[in-house]
Design a protein around this ligand. Structure first.
Ligand SMILES: [Zn+2]
Ligand SMILES: [Zn+2]
Length: 159
């Protein structure tokens, strides 16, 4: 059981933020964009309502870029240390929090793994997590939300 709110921030400490609930769901993305951007094997995406996230100090910078293949990407990061913390969701009222930027990551166990076709081959994914070869469809996201809710204490978030 996690204590709420939870806090997070960038590497250098310039940006600090707070999340007031455990979010809607948590999944790992193994797409090559996430691997390249994070410089790591995958990203941990905590889908949250924007209203549940507040900046406590600092001002995240935003970039909006066109990838070589024409796709658009944007996200918010610290302008000093470049830690990425927030990315837009398709739904304007939602935001994706880069969950590894939270101070306490011990409660973060993703319910699903997407883009597993580009996952690092040495990585063994847990059997009890949903796995998707490519992207997840909106209906799939609903099942992510159900699974995440099952794993969270329902009563503590309702305020
Ligand atoms: Zn920073
Ligand atoms: Zn990705």
């Amino acid at each position: 059981m996690i204590a709420l709110p939870q806090h997070g921030g960038c590497l250098c400490g310039e940006i600090r933020y707070r999340v007031s609930d455990a979010g809607l769901t948590l999944y790992a993305c193994h797409c090559t964009d996430c691997q390249r951007q994070s410089g790591s094997a995958f990203s941990l995406s905590l889908l949250m309502r924007r209203s549940s996230v507040s900046i406590e100090s600092g001002q995240p910078a935003e970039y909006s870029i066109t990838l070589p293949d024409g796709r658009r990407k944007s996200s918010q990061h610290c302008s000093l240390c470049c830690t990425r913390m927030f990315s837009p969701s398709r739904a304007p009222e939602l935001v994706i929090v880069e969950a590894a930027s939270l101070d306490d990551t011990s409660w973060l166990r993703p319910v699903a793994h997407i883009w597993t076709r580009s996952a690092q081959p040495w990585l063994q994914l847990p059997d009890d997590a949903l796995q998707f070869d490519q992207r997840a469809k909106p209906d799939d996201i609903l099942s992510f939300i159900d699974l995440w809710n099952e794993g969270q204490p329902r009563s503590s978030g309702g305020g």
